[in-house]
Write a protein that binds this ligand. Structure first.
Ligand code: NDP
Length: 491
């Protein structure tokens, strides 16, 4: 059994009350790692250490260029350790090793991107309407950031928070998910090795209650960066009623993929497969509502079934595997429950719909295609967070757009068409933070990422992220040769 410790104030430690939790390997359901369950006292210590590092330690006074250099060093270390970090993440969460290794290597680019931005955060001089006043704004760090990440893409989700937060000069307490926290402790070693001063980044682990609540409601926290589900997000926002922290929320989705009659069918099928079965469907941008225009509906569905049938299910550490286990038993049960409801809701399971017989152990689900007559089917309405796609036929462009927008979420959307005018027209009408045309699930450190509606607010990545981790400060300087005038004499 691997044993992990938390990283607080530059030191490795157990929970103050000695409590621990266990991580289960989803591919064989065996406990494989033990880690601390942070108490409120641990949260307090981590937040105090982050405040000391920011307001008393060297972090608040080093130059932005030095911050950038530390981030570059971190980028190199993350790339160097990508294979190892990827394998730990796979064992802990069940996510495919070929995905975790590649994603971790690419995470290096996120740290490099923000390293480059660290000394390009500029203020403004204002053409002020008062004589003898010099007024300027600077963009300053917000303070201590509570970064709360789920288990499904931890290296990536940590990078989209820590990259801009550290580039902008904040300090961080990162709470790993209790479901699969191991990668975050291994990542903390890279933070230590890169040479960040103690307290600049603290990594703790524990459950939502008390650890997550204590952290996000802590009076010393000024910024909360949360990724997770909408129900937890509502609790996090309520927690910040006591500290008025600035919040960003990257939540789930029920993203639509629209395939028009004029689409390249092979490209569209690849997009749908990537959007639904990539990452075993455990992706916030899963394109799990698939709308196909009538003229090609049968052809696309037949090809999707063909592809789903050929998907290799297996050990997530094996490079041949295309769909691995889900992270928790609870997800499998949720999906199985939804499957038992679809027939009574008028839908039919075209392929899959349960656990694979050849894997009695492990949290596996067969890639599943559900054909729906309307959107009031559980698999169409609710985020499944597994390899389950729901398909629905539409006739006109307006009908397709209306179906796509009939959701409270708004994270991603896919549009497949060879008609450039339609591509622009439809993507402008879809209400989501990201639209992919003739592609799906592409991401970059340069492109803002985030949602509309119940998919949250705030943007991670791109220049927008730096805005989100700074605030403007206005400085007034009286440049008159005379002392300040008498306040009771108006002029
Ligand atoms: P949860 O919302 O259950 O958990 C997210 C994080 O919040 C975890 O670290 C969790 O800790 C923590 N938490 C739980 N309760 C509280 C609380 N009261 N106060 C503070 N923190 C708390 O999400 P899941 O782990 O189930 O992750 C899946 C969800 O994340 C999906 O909805 C998915 O769409 C979304 N997601 C969104 C992404 C995006 O970028 N938009 C990317 C990836 C996922 P613990 O695990 O210990 O309970």
């Amino acid at each position: 059994m691997n044993r992990y410790q938390q990283y607080i104030d530059g030191e490795w430690c157990d929970a103050s009350d000695g409590q621990t939790m266990t991580s289960i390997n989803p591919s064989n359901e065996e406990p494989w790692a033990e880690f601390p369950a942070a108490s409120e006292a641990d949260v307090n210590r981590a937040v105090e250490s982050a405040r000391r590092a920011l307001y008393e330690g060297p972090w608040g006074s080093i130059t932005a260029t030095q911050r950038g250099k530390l981030l570059s060093r971190l980028a190199a270390l993350v790339r160097e350790k990508a294979l190892y970090l990827g394998e730990i993440e796979t064992t802990d969460s069940g996510k495919l090793a070929r995905e975790t290794r590649a994603q971790t290597a690419y995470v290096g680019d996120y740290y490099d991107y923000f390293a480059g931005l660290a000394d390009k955060i500029e203020g403004k001089t204002l053409p002020i309407d008062k004589p003898d006043m010099h007024v300027f704004t600077t963009r300053v760090p917000i303070g201590v950031v509570a970064a709360v990440v789920p288990w499904n893409a931890q290296m990536f989700l940590a990078a989209t928070k820590l990259g801009p937060a550290l580039a902008a000069g904040n300090t961080v307490v990162l709470k790993a998910s209790e479901v699969a926290p191991a990668t975050m402790f291994e990542f903390a070693r890279a933070i230590e090795e890169a040479g960040f001063p103690p307290g600049v980044v603290n990594v703790i682990s524990g459950s939502g209650e008390p650890c997550g609540r204590a952290l996000t409601s802590h009076p010393g926290i000024s910024r909360v960066a949360f990724t997770g589900g909408p129900e937890t997000a509502a609790r996090v926002v309520a927690n910040t009623a006591s500290n008025f922290a600035v919040v960003s929320l990257e939540l789930g989705g029920k993203s639509p993929i629209l395939v028009f009659d004029d689409a390249d069918i092979e490209g569209a099928v690849n997009g749908i497969v990537a959007g639904n079965f990539g990452a075993s469907g455990q992706s916030c941008v899963a394109g799990s509502r698939v709308f196909i225009q009538s003229g090609i509906y049968n052809e696309v569905l037949a090809e999707l079934e063909n592809r789903a049938r050929r998907i290799v299910i297996g050990d997530p550490l094996d490079d041949a595997t295309q769909v691995g286990p889900l992270a928790t038993r609870m997800q499998v049960e949720r999906i199985t429950q939804a499957m038992s409801e679809v027939a009574s809701q008028g839908a039919s399971i075209r392929f899959g719909g349960g656990r694979p017989k050849e894997f009695p152990k492990g949290y596996y689900v067969v890639p599943t295609i559900v054909e729906c007559p309307h959107q009031e089917v559980t698999t169409m309405r609710e985020e499944m967070f597994g390899p389950v796609m729901s398909a629905l036929r539409f006739d006109t462009e307006d009908e397709g757009v209306a179906l796509a927008n009939d959701t409270r979420f708004g994270l991603g959307a896919g549009v497949f068409t060879e008609n450039v005018a339609r591509a622009h027209r439809v993507s402008a009408k879809i209400r989501s933070g990201i639209v992919w045309v003739n592609t799906y699930r592409a991401i970059s450190p340069i492109a803002p990422f985030g949602g509309f509606g119940m998919s949250g607010y705030g943007r991670e990545a791109g220049l927008d992220a730096i805005e989100d981790y700074t605030r403007s400060k206005t400085t007034w300087i009286n440049i008159s040769s005379e002392p300040m005038s008498n306040p009771f004499v108006m002029r």
